[in-house]
Ligand binder design. Structure first.
Ligand code: SAM
Length: 283
């Protein structure tokens, strides 16, 4: 049984509605129905969203909710939701709150004990990732990188050290500089750029940082882009300390030293004799 009533007729709820990131046909049926049914729509930029609403013949009144007025508008929205109205939050494109306004608002509404209902749809980092060919079982989303200073250095180091795919957003103006920074720190890691996703000039560019720089030297970077950094092709080196940690896991507790060495060796893909030596040294 659902613990939350997600029916779009229910009152006093805020719907977080994803909108297309380029291709207008990526609006979901549920998103259109929700935007037609709610009492009001809070939009990041009412002029941008006005075009979408017109396309889908949505006549619901709209007002602005952006980074600069979120705190003030949130108070009014809360009052209206408490009075039994339902509302929707949309951003200029994609999923609200994902590098778009709304976090403080959602927190406030939930703290007030009211329902926040996500209406999923397009989201550029996920759209890019699923067609990149990079590992998707684990990934870190980093938003926009800091432009300079210590924060940027730390983020670049995170990208260098990551053992899983990292995803971030970048502007066409800064992409070449960022790729140059990546070339210095990420070594053999594969980069993939998803550009103009769902639009006419959609493109995926993959290769090492220098391959991608070479591509953008030939083709001036334009449009919106998501950058993904894959895992290193160089296998992780298993240290004796890692072997010792693995061998201490409870699953091996009942095994004899030689059976334990065999099991750990199989798990870490290292030689049994090496594991046995580590076991003997640490016993
Ligand atoms: N909330 C949005 C989402 O769910 O995709 C992201 C908003 S963020 C302010 C805007 C950035 O997302 C752009 O600068 C670009 O990096 C990325 N982006 C948005 N649409 C894109 C598209 N169609 N193709 C590639 N990247 C896109």
């Amino acid at each position: 049984m659902d613990s939350q009533d997600n029916s779009i007729q229910a009152c006093g709820q805020l719907f977080i509605v994803a909108t297309p990131i380029g291709n207008l046909a990526d609006m979901t049926y549920r998103a259109i129905e929700t935007l037609k049914t709610v009492d009001w729509i809070a939009a990041e930029d009412t002029r941008v969203s006005g075009r979408l609403l017109e396309y889908y013949d949505i006549k619901t009144p709209m007002f602005a909710c952006h980074d600069h007025n979120e705190a003030k508008v949130a108070e009014r929205m809360l009052e209206r939701l408490r009075a039994g109205e339902s509302g929707a939050l949309i951003s200029d494109a994609g999923t609200p709150l994902i590098n778009d306004p709304g976090y403080r608002l959602v927190r406030k509404i939930r703290e007030a004990g009211l329902n926040v209902v996500p209406i999923p749809g397009a989201c550029s980092p996920i759209t890019a990732l699923c067609a990149s060919g990079l590992a998707t079982d684990q990934f870190t989303y980093m938003g926009f990188l800091a432009r300079s200073g210590r924060a940027r250095t730390v983020q670049l180091q995170t990208l260098a050290d990551a053992k899983h795919t990292c995803v971030f957003l970048e502007s066409p103006k800064r992409i070449v500089k960022t790729l140059q920074n990546l070339a210095d720190v990420v070594g053999t890691k594969e980069i993939c750029i998803g550009r103009e996703l769902t639009k006419l000039h959609e493109e995926f560019v993959s290769g090492s940082a220098s391959d991608v720089i070479a591509h953008f030297n030939k083709h001036t970077p334009r449009g919106e882009m998501v950058v993904m950094v894959g895992v290193s092709q160089t296998p992780v080196e298993i240290t004796d300390a890692m072997i010792a940690v693995e061998a201490k896991q409870a699953v091996y507790e009942t095994l004899s030293p030689s059976a334990r060495a065999r099991a750990v060796a199989q798990k870490l893909d290292v030689k049994r004799s090496r594991v046995y030596d580590v076991l003997m040294a640490s016993s």
